[in-house]
Design a protein around this ligand. Sequence first.
Ligand code: CIR
Length: 256
Amino acid sequence: MFQHVIVKTPCAAMIHGITDHPELGIPIYEKALEQHRAYIETLEKCGVDVTVLPPDEAYPDSCFVEDTAVLTRHCAIITNPGAPTRKGETAAVEKAVAKFYPAEKIFHIQAPGTIEGGDVMMCGDIFYVGLSDRTNEEGVRQFAAILEPFGCKVVGVPLTEVLHLKTGVVYLENGVLLAAGEFLTKPAFESYTKIEVPTDEPYAANCIWVNGKVIVPAGYPKVLAAIQEAGYETLVCDTSEYKKIDGGLSCLSLRF
Ligand code: CIR
């Protein structure tokens, strides 16, 4: 169960966020703000308290707080994002994290290691970490050295098709993965039950489980139905403006 969530209001400069999909157009800032407010309300319906950090115009992608930290029941790990324009985002998030974790339980990924939290999928005490353009072997090595003393297992997963691991696969607890594309067949995930994301709804692979409910992006009826059929209560949240800069539901929060 999660008690707390940290989010960060998007800044006006979010329209210049990094994107591999310029064909989707530029985000409409007002609409993004409105969607962010609705996202917070949806999270609150799942019984968590939400800390909202103020916007920071210096970092266009800073609303995607998930990439800056990995918060576990054992400790907090402040990442070193692989995207050069995102490295400075961690300071503000660390300040917020320090309100919830004692100093000796806050660890850091150091250069030349890089990790972005979007590459980390926590399945109980097993942490799958995508080896992506943003997360490197040295980052995973440091990550494992931090978590293994707590009895956790860290498994590196080479990625070929997606930006971050959780762009294509997320854990819905109870041994169930919501998985798209390459993640349906990866040996690392063999033992999990899988809800398959159809090829015409790949963006909807990035859902979030929060205290028994699953939040699903608006506009993906097949994935919504599949999650409901698997027995989950669902909530829907529109993230259209974040999709334009490669962001989704998980990227917008830290849940712990
Ligand atoms: C980026 O490219 O870094 C942002 N535009 C999107 C980050 C998405 N974060 C995530 O998947 N965890």
